[in-house]
Design a protein around this ligand. Structure first.
Ligand SMILES: [Mg+2]
Length: 160
């Protein structure tokens, strides 16, 4: 995800970003993005403006909302919508950002939640194949999600 450069984003015609949290901004269950991701987020705010950046996580927890409102004010965490793969969150992003759904890039490490939601909404999926994981501290949940991601890739024929 950090390799998404301004040039690449322009090539894709991206006008707004919808970012998953777990695995994409930090390892699973973290309360805030990793520092290296924070730098990237700042660059994206500079590129698009905070009002074109959205966090679309199936776990919009209070600690995450608080972090964004303090550190990246203007970046909105979408809440109160049906979870991905429903595309409700992306429809809200399109309305709030006032951009065509096709110009929204949904960045997600899950094929059958975020990426599928993007396809259903007519937005663009960006599959994060190498998500952030923390096997030491969250061994069980990370192993579970590694298995889940592997199963998804198997299902859609994206293996190895
Ligand atoms: Mg995720």
């Amino acid at each position: 995800m950090l390799d998404l450069s301004p040039a690449r984003l322009e090539e894709l015609g991206v006008a707004a970003l919808a970012l998953d949290f777990d695995g994409v901004l930090a390892p699973h269950g973290a309360g805030r993005p990793l520092p290296v991701v924070e730098d990237w987020l700042q660059r994206m705010v500079g590129l698009y403006g905070a009002d074109r950046l959205f966090i679309l996580s199936n776990r919009p927890e209070a600690s995450r909302l608080a972090w964004f409102s303090e550190k990246l004010p203007g970046v909105r965490v979408v809440t109160g919508v049906r979870k991905k793969p429903y595309c409700d969150g992306l429809l809200i992003v399109g309305e709030l950002a006032a951009v065509p759904l096709a110009s929204i890039l949904m960045v997600d490490d899950r094929l059958l939640t975020g990426c599928l939601a993007a396809v259903r909404a007519g937005s663009q999926p960006y599959y994060v194949r190498a998500p952030f994981i923390d096997l030491r501290q969250k061994t069980r949940s990370e192993l579970f999600f590694m298995l889940l991601r592997w199963g998804e890739r198997l299902l859609v024929g994206l293996l190895p």
